[in-house]
Design a protein. Structure first.
Length: 180
């Protein structure tokens, strides 16, 4: 429920890139564009106060309600491996044809999608994208052209490979790694 995924801040920190203003605070609670400081701090909720309330609701539903950790009890994925995170998940199942036929539901969803895509755009915005569209396009591109990795990631892979007795292919012409 944050403005940016923490993993994206982590990647920016690994590359030494700055992040945009308004995404995170450092460990002292100060706004920062330094990705490394932001990664050690906190990501801000999207939508200001309303987003904060939605994040609180999600914490209540997936943590308190499920018996999992919540609030400050959730162990950091990146910094605290002393015990399991005990992250809770709550799923909802909705049966659309309880309300209308699946054909009508599909047609209404298509219309909903098209209406959003046709909304007026702000200056400099070429297209309105739905959730998942940028990621799907990135996945399609990476399936076609490969996954770019930074030099430090290649070095980490080479070091881990050396421990396991696996040589990492050199150069950009190396074949992609595939799961066996």
């Amino acid at each position: 429920m944050t403005v940016i995924a923490r993993g994206k801040i982590r990647l920016a920190a690994m590359k030494g890139d700055p992040i945009a203003e308004g995404l995170a605070l450092d460990v002292d609670g100060n706004p920062t564009t330094d990705a490394a400081k932001a990664f050690e701090g906190v990501c801000l909720p999207f939508g200001g106060v309303k987003g904060s309330v939605l994040a609180t609701l999600m914490d209540l539903m997936s943590g308190v309600l499920t018996g999992a950790n919540f609030g400050g009890d959730v162990k950091s994925l990146y910094f605290d491996h002393s015990e399991p995170q005990n992250v809770g998940h709550l799923f909802f199942a909705i049966k659309p044809d309880l309300f209308l036929s699946l054909d009508d539901f599909g047609a209404r969803m298509d219309e909903f999608y098209e209406r959003i895509k046709r909304l007026p755009r702000a200056a400099g915005v070429d297209e309105i994208m739905m959730p998942g569209e940028p990621e799907q396009r990135r996945e399609d591109e990476r399936r076609r052209a490969g996954i770019p990795v930074t030099g430090n990631v290649v070095a980490d892979l080479a070091a881990e490979g050396a421990v396991a007795g696996i040589a990492v292919p050199e150069g950009s012409a190396a074949p992609p790694f595939e799961a066996a």
